[in-house]
Design a protein around this ligand. Structure first.
Ligand code: MN
Length: 386
């Protein structure tokens, strides 16, 4: 993939210096000096232009640069732009939504849409509402009458219609733009007018951080920087998983703009109920080869988050290469799977009809029989090892 960097600028500068030196060494006397002066002037003018041009693109890849251009064109044509993430929104989907909303709101008619009841990002939502008086997060019911045929919908942090925050909104809008970092799954949005999907990016927030720079935001507010960093920290598990050089460059940029890591740490804090449930699940772990399997049969508002966190926690066991936690979810049994990347849990979950990442994946199985589901899980693991 084509990448912009200062290398090109430097190469140009070096070439011109060489050309000037060459002219000088050919000993044309006065003419050589003149050539040197003209070359230097051109060089300075050009490098100033090149520097301004390239700093905006410095961290982004060419594909994102092209996407952002297309993105702006679609935005200009839209009557209203809705930004929405996935169901049970987390810090990444809310952070990325807000980052885009922040970058676009002065120029376009943008509305941030999220389910404020079913969310895992309550702390971030409260922080945004408290610290940014202009920020309104709408429920579907509050905006459903404003949708028209020129509306544009931007989806961040997912590309699967079934897990979008308000699928009703998606169903009503023909023009959709996707910005996601998940591996492409089969139930893909068909009415996209543009999409940027990069599974090597750590998080939607990382992509949005690069995008807002391409959109001309050099100094995001502390609130925006904190929101974006929170998503990166969540999805990388504090800079451990799925990180690349770009992840750290984005984090440095956000910190430079006074993103607050302590505040983010506080956003991660959990209620005592969730903590108890989490360690309850962890304490009942069983090892199958190097795979940790645990379950909870309790189903309440703490189950989902405690399950995900317990799956993360189980990777801390010596020798464990992947972890699986089962929990009830409506009429299904949900399995959350995690690994460090040596084991591709996405492949194991795919065998059971699920999806996700190499290191974090999940599936839902229509059943209430834990023993049966565990058998199927063990079979899928065996099949994977074989
Ligand atoms: Mn994410």
């Amino acid at each position: 993939m084509k990448k912009f960097s200062h290398k090109y600028t430097l190469a140009g500068v070096m070439a011109l210096i060489c050309a000037a030196l060459l002219a000088f060494m050919w000993q044309y006397g006065f003419v050589a000096v003149l050539v040197c002066i003209i070359a230097s002037l051109l060089l300075i003018a050009w490098s100033v232009f090149a520097f301004k041009f390239f700093t905006g693109l410095m961290y982004a890849d060419y594909k994102l640069y092209r996407f952002t251009k297309k993105f702006k064109k679609h935005l200009a044509e839209a009557s209203t732009v809705y930004i929405m993430g996935h169901a049970f929104s987390d810090l990444d989907s809310i952070g990325a939504s807000y980052g885009l909303y922040y970058a676009l709101r002065s120029k376009y008619n943008v509305k941030m849409v999220a389910n404020k009841q079913n969310t895992l990002a309550r702390t971030l939502i409260d922080f945004l509402r408290f610290s940014d008086a202009d920020c309104t997060i709408y429920d579907y019911n509050e905006i459903k009458d404003t949708v028209d045929k020129n509306s544009l919908l931007i989806i961040v942090d997912t590309h699967r219609p079934v897990i979008m925050d308000f699928k009703e909104l998606y169903d009503r809008i023909d023009r959709v733009i996707i910005i996601d970092h998940h591996r492409q799954s089969e139930d893909f949005v068909d009415q996209t007018v543009a999409r940027y999907m990069k599974s090597s990016a750590s998080s939607a927030c990382e992509i949005v951080t690069l995008m807002i720079r391409l959109l001309g935001i050099d100094k995001p507010s502390t609130v925006a920087a904190t929101a974006l960093l929170s998503g990166i920290m969540l999805d990388t598990k504090n800079f451990v998983m799925n990180t690349g050089p770009s992840t750290f460059r984005c984090a440095a940029f956000l910190r430079q703009n006074r993103a607050d890591p302590v505040l983010i740490k506080k956003m991660f804090s959990e209620s005592v109920e969730v903590c108890k449930r989490k360690y309850d699940i962890v304490s009942q772990v069983e090892l199958f080869e190097n795979f940790a399997i645990a379950k909870t049969k309790a189903q309440d508002q703490y189950t989902r988050i405690a399950t995900a966190q317990a799956a993360d926690e189980l990777l801390a066991i010596n020798g464990v290469v992947a972890s699986f936690v089962m929990c009830p979810s409506g009429e299904d049994i949900n399995i959350s799977a995690r690994s460090f990347g040596d084991v591709d849990v996405q492949k194991i979950m795919a065998k059971l009809g699920g999806g996700g990442h190499k290191t974090a994946s999940a599936c839902q199985i229509k059943s209430d029989d834990f023993d049966l589901v565990e058998k199927r899980l063990r079979a899928a693991i065996k099949n994977y090892i074989a």
